[in-house]
Design a protein around this ligand. Structure first.
Ligand code: CTP
Ligand code: MG
Length: 232
């Protein structure tokens, strides 16, 4: 199998409130981005990695020479979906008919979970995503209420609700078509699966270890370090 990977890393990390974008913060002597690239490069079936960075990125130059040969760097866009599409367009879909999209901000994903995702998608010839079941009771707020503090409208049934993580794996041509279609129709595309769902194509949920956090806020750095220190 020749699987490609697109790593969107063109965000500014606004919620991290750090001067350095979060993908360039250091954990255990390596940047978050280096951890993520290394992790995916270590998977033998992955023969191409498209790393998507911002046009304003002034950090990538000091790291790119140390990346494995299979890494190619391209420029991203305004929203995550635009960055992912830019990465997909850099692929030759005949050479790489399957692609995994994985956030730069998720350096703690287990290799065993990625292998499980690959096996499931190729085994069933269907797309899939890593996901974890929701653990808290979920409240939907009342749509319109004029109070300062939101009011509960209803409780959603938690059973059957999942958190969508990455990697998300699809057939390359299908994912490009789905995203382009979604953008044209002005749909909200917050992950790859949401674009595929618009075409009513199946997406398998592959349960992942809870260590696969997206580094978002300051406290996530300590948590990520803890997970990266775990020997599994
Ligand atoms: N990303 C991207 N292009 C964008 C926005 C985000 O490639 N225009 C990437 C981020 O670099 C990150 C991943 O998509 O690896 C997930 O996005 P998120 O966690 O939201 O990162 P940021 O957008 O950088 O953070 P924030 O939303 O707090 O600004
Ligand atoms: Mg964001």
């Amino acid at each position: 199998n020749n699987i490609a990977v697109v790593i969107p890393a063109a965000g500014s990390g606004r919620r991290m409130q750090s001067t350095i974008p979060k993908q360039y913060l250091t954990i255990k002597n390596k940047t978050v981005l280096e951890h993520t690239v290394q992790l995916l490069a270590d998977i033998e079936q992955v023969t191409k990695i498209i790393l998507v960075v911002s046009a304003q990125d002034s950090y990538i130059a000091q790291y790119q020479h140390h990346f494995p040969e299979k890494v190619t760097i391209v420029t991203g866009g305004q929203e995550r979906v635009n960055s992912v599409l830019a990465g997909l367009h850099a692929l030759n879909a005949n050479e790489h008919n399957w692609v995994m999209v994985h956030d730069a901000a998720r350096p703690c994903v287990l290799k065993s979970d990625i292998l499980k995702l690959i096996d499931t998608c190729i085994g069933n010839q269907e797309g899939g995503i890593l996901a974890t079941p929701v653990r808290d009771t979920m409240k939907r707020e009342q749509p319109q209420n004029d109070t300062l503090i939101p009011v509960v409208g209803k409780t959603e049934d938690r059973s059957g609700l999942w958190h969508a993580l990455t990697p998300q794996m699809f057939m390359t041509n299908q994912l490009i078509t789905a995203i382009e279609h979604g953008l044209l129709e002005n749909k909200l595309i917050t992950d790859e699966a949401s674009a595929i769902e618009l075409l009513q194509l199946p997406v398998r949920l592959i349960e992942a270890d809870e260590s696969n956090i997206k580094i978002t806020r300051k406290s996530d750095l300590a948590l990520a370090e803890f997970f990266l220190n775990r020997a599994i």
